[in-house]
Design a protein around this ligand. Structure first.
Ligand code: ATP
Length: 458
């Protein structure tokens, strides 16, 4: 019996959600491509996030900053010096691993602290126990060289988080948008990390997407906003259908937090990895005034906020909810994946796979199916599909038995299948089948747009 994770990875490849990047050359574990269905799902998650947290709120604005920022930004932010992971190498097979991942998996399995550090830990590659180099710090920053000469002078970094673009633009945004704390800036975009051990499908890749908010607040209010953002972040997932049982909060203890953080809560999802079931889905951090202060010091610019009412300048504290877009996509796929049974034409039941995705996230909103491939039905169905496409991503499918076409669409989470049959030519109505209940309803063609709009929620 394959695990749910294995089934989802197989489905993602089979149906063109996600496949390995450059697979014709063997691919790699560090990058994945989002196919025709994957890109729709990813866009829909992004759109829901932007609407909920940026457009839908009076205290938020958006930004799209550069991937390659001046090198000074990363020196000031502390990333050049401290954005590192502990790397160990097996003395026997010379495979390299992140020491904290090995110990995490070990702790999860044994349920206790690994006494003696790495001494008991076996190499996941060759099985040799306890033969490791001392951990050494390895930079997670991806380097690139700008300009004609590949020299130290041209050395630049691809951003490992979208956040710094927000910090360095803080004063610009305040001036131009006239926002006052508490307010936030949201940004969605690619981030890059030279991960030592990419893997677990799209969970950990070297190139990924983030949806980040930097929320600027008067320092005294930081604690209350921090808790509110944790609650709002969890609600984003549960309102879009994630089972709350598969989410949990982990308060990151002292000594294990990122260099900039005063408090961090990871929101974990039950991904079902072998070794440790739970994995970080996103994080909420109290970054204090760390980043703005560093940029004030390094740039010599006054980035303080002028509070007119109090007639004083201050450096706001920052609460940062940092969402991984690609990790979110993986969680939505896993959580919506179900296997159940559907009645077949012979009066029995067939196994079916169904993605119970929220209609707002479903990559294809409706499929128009002529009952059979037929000179009279197909043109009507094609015309209907074209009409609906003005509003939604709609598929037309006339290949194979109707039951099989339903199965194909259940498997990718299409909320509605619309069947055009011979009666349609007479009564100007179609049969609409709902994905989860499989209930069928006759809907007049002139009511169909309204019927779908109400149920697809935008
Ligand atoms: P981890 O401990 O898993 O390496 P992190 O704590 O370093 O993650 P953050 O720096 O808090 O991660 O990044 C914020 C979010 O960005 C993460 O919660 C995750 O959703 C996403 N993210 C970070 N690194 C990766 C990656 N290599 N691949 C995919 N998503 C990532």
């Amino acid at each position: 019996q394959p695990s749910r994770l294995d089934s989802v990875i197989a489905l993602a490849k089979r149906r063109g959600f996600v496949f390995q990047s450059g697979e014709i050359y063997g691919g790699s574990r560090s990058a994945w491509d989002y196919g025709p269905l994957g890109v729709e799902l990813k866009e829909n998650i992004k759109r829901q996030w932007w609407q909920r947290f940026v457009r839908g709120r009076g205290d938020m604005v958006g930004l799209d900053s550069a991937v390659i920022l001046p090198r000074k930004v990363w020196e000031a932010s502390g990333h050049v010096a401290t954005f590192t992971d502990p790397l160990v190498e097996c003395l026997h097979c010379h495979h390299r691993f992140r020491a904290d991942h090995l110990t995490e998996a070990f702790v999860a399995k044994k349920g206790r602290d690994p006494e003696g550090g790495m001494a008991e830990i076996a190499c996941p590659n060759c099985g040799t126990r306890g033969e490791w180099t001392e951990p050494r710090e390895f930079s997670g920053m991806l380097k690139t060289y700008l300009g004609p000469v590949e020299s130290e002078e041209g050395l630049n970094f691809l951003r490992p988080e979208t956040a710094q673009g927000i910090f360095v633009d803080f004063a610009q945004v305040v001036t131009t948008s006239r926002m006052k704390p508490p307010f936030g800036i949201g940004q969605v975009g690619k981030a890059f990390r030279n991960e030592i051990t990419p893997g677990n499908f799209i969970f950990r890749t070297r190139e990924f997407e983030q949806m980040e908010i930097e929320y600027f607040v008067p320092p005294a209010e930081a604690g209350e906003h921090y808790e509110q953002w944790i609650a709002d972040s969890v609600a984003f997932y549960t309102d879009l259908g994630i089972d709350p049982e598969n989410l949990r909060r982990f308060d990151v203890p002292d000594g294990e937090r990122a260099h900039y953080s005063d408090a961090t809560a990871d929101i974990e999802y039950r991904f079902g990895f072998t070794g440790s079931e739970w994995g970080e889905l996103m994080g909420v951090a109290n970054r204090t005034d760390f980043d703005l202060n560093n940029h004030i010091e390094s740039s010599g610019q006054d980035l303080r906020f002028f509070d007119q009412a109090a007639n004083e300048k201050y450096v706001p504290y920052v609460i940062e909810p940092s969402f991984g877009l690609t990790r979110a996509l993986m969680a939505f796929l896993l959580d919506s994946y179900h296997e159940d049974e559907a009645p077949n034409a012979k009066g029995g039941v067939d196994k079916r796979t169904v993605l119970r995705l929220d209609p707002r996230l479903a990559p294809v909103k409706a499929a128009v199916l002529p009952l059979s491939r037929n000179e009279q039905l197909s043109p009507v169905a094609r015309g209907l599909a074209d009409d609906l496409r003005k509003n939604w991503n709609v598929d037309f499918d006339d290949a194979g038995a109707i039951g099989r076409r339903y199965r194909r669409h259940d498997e990718i989470g299409t909320p509605f299948c619309i069947t055009v049959d011979f009666d349609t030519l007479e009564d100007k109505a179609v049969t609409v089948r709902e994905r989860d209940t499989m209930a069928q309803e006759r809907v007049a063609l002139d009511q169909l747009q309204g019927y779908l709009a109400q149920r697809l929620l935008g």
